[in-house]
Write a protein that binds this ligand. Sequence first.
Ligand code: A3P
Length: 319
Amino acid sequence: VKDESSKHQPDYDDIITTLPVGESWNLPSNLYKYQGFWCTPEFLNGVISAKQRFKPLDKDVILCTYPKSGTNWLKALAFSIMTRTKFDFSSHPLLTTPPISCVSYIEFEHAQGVDASREFPLTSTHIPYSSLPDSIISSDCKIVYICRDPKDVFVSWWYHVNYFVCNDKGPISLEKAFDLFCQGIVLFGPFWDHVLEYWKASLERPDKILFLKYEDLKRDPSYYVKNLAVFMGYPFSLQEKAEGCVEKIIELCSFETLGNLEVNKSGKLQGAIVDAEHPAKIFFRKGKIGDWKNHLTGDMANRLDRIIEEKLSGSGLKF
Ligand code: A3P
């Protein structure tokens, strides 16, 4: 879906080594605080490089997420909405390619020194709104953000991070990780700042930023997928609706379909940051609302709920 058009070697260690350092969730790299959010040096190289070099395409749609909030689901949906006249559902790229490889990732690519030329005006990022490249903010491109109950995000994160731990510290305990999450010390966190910035921006510029919730999309996919298509500039025609195109996309992108595909069960992820050894299935765990109930105690849930309530108070955003 993508090919490389130019390469450079990002190296912003002189900036990164001056930043405040935070605990790394037992991952090999520390977290550094840059412009108010926590990030590893690898990603920071990508973030800073993207700020200087990223140029959106005309009519670009940029999928922005806090990690573990449904990024891959949104990628699959947006990709299949945008490309639906190009691909047949029976031989669709998503049947043989993980969603993460169908949609480019701004900071991943910039970390690897790649400005990818893109076939479709669709890309993605975890960069917080206030640290996005100016070229995005000042452009006419559209942003789609999806958020998710922070308790489910945390549990999903904890599993995800423990897949990547490959040093003598071993996996991080749920309790330790939870404490760091509640302090806001987590990759691309604090979670609440990430969500709030996009939420406020979506209220200020509803024509430019669509704010979705994972839970809403789960409960009423038909409504939100049609909305998403309209917002992206690819509305479904009456004929497409009559022919069941919306339902076909929902079915193709469902957790059940994607999670059961061989490529997402046993495929390997490519790339310099996401190590080639790591399996695509880390992005397809349970796909449920409320799995936190199987992991967090009542006290833990109350602690995070209270923090989120306080941080979001007055914003109109609730989980
Ligand atoms: P769980 O770990 O709770 O199962 P991201 O794509 O942002 O990394 O988020 C991953 C989370 O989304 C995981 O949550 C994963 O199982 C879930 N997920 C992946 N694909 C999905 C889909 N098609 N529908 C719903 N949830 C999905």
